[in-house]
Design a protein around this ligand. Structure first.
Ligand code: SF4
Length: 215
């Protein structure tokens, strides 16, 4: 069965611990959430059906495809996503998958690096977080919080207290919500509290501030 693909593009990885490296992005169509700050609304419905061999052929056509990120929308909504991840892993690629944390992440091969975006209160989608996903994380996975208010920051501090003991604090990313909390203010909170987590800025938005798609 084909996957519904919104876009496939090649760019600099702007998020995660892989930021700065060339990466092929596969954006899947569809999302079960409607976050207040969503910047990828264009991926809710628009897309084209592609088989896994079609997708692999396109990935292979880029100059560097050692790192591939599957994103959305919400990739776990599509039945064939685990099979696509398996095929990319079997080709020896580093595979990242960005997920909104509302669906069971254990459906994805544990060799994949799952980047789980935990929804803070200002997203208005906090109730959709699956708390069991915290226990499904592997030490090589990453989690991300978009911080838009002081309440979001306190919420994130409380969530990280429930992480498995072997999950590295340096793989917890706090990202300021654009236009709500400045990077400077978030940096000062992190330094004040000495919690060992990582300040995270969206590199692609610094490089290409006026480009919304394909970067
Ligand atoms: S989970 Fe991501 S794609 Fe879905 S509404 Fe939230 S920000 Fe947008």
């Amino acid at each position: 069965m084909p996957l519904k693909i919104n876009e496939i593009f090649y760019s600099i990885q702007g998020e995660s611990l892989y930021a700065g490296l060339p990466c092929v992005f596969i954006r899947l169509t569809g999302c079960n959430l409607r976050c207040a700050y969503c910047d990828t609304r264009y991926a809710y419905d628009d897309g084209t059906g592609m088989t896994i061999p079609d997708i692999l052929r396109q990935v292979e056509g880029y100059p560097a495809a050692a790192i591939v990120e599957i994103t959305g929308g919400e990739p776990l909504l599509q039945e064939e996503t685990p099979a696509l991840v398996d095929r990319l892993l079997d080709q020896g690629r580093t595979v990242l998958m960005e997920t909104n944390g509302s669906l069971d992440i254990s459906r994805i091969d544990s060799r994949c690096i799952r980047i789980m975006d935990i929804k803070s209160p200002s997203s208005l989608m906090e109730s959709y977080n699956d708390p069991n996903n915290l226990l499904r994380l592997a030490p090589h996975d990453q989690i991300k919080f978009i911080i838009g208010t002081p309440g979001d920051y306190t919420f994130a501090l409380n969530v990280i207290k429930r992480l498995p003991p072997d999950f590295p604090r340096s793989s917890v990313l706090f990202s300021p919500a654009f236009g709500s909390v400045s990077p400077d203010l978030l940096a000062r909170w992190i330094l004040r509290d000495g919690i060992g987590i990582r300040l995270h800025l969206q590199l692609h938005k610094l490089i290409w501030p006026n480009v919304d798609r394909g970067v």
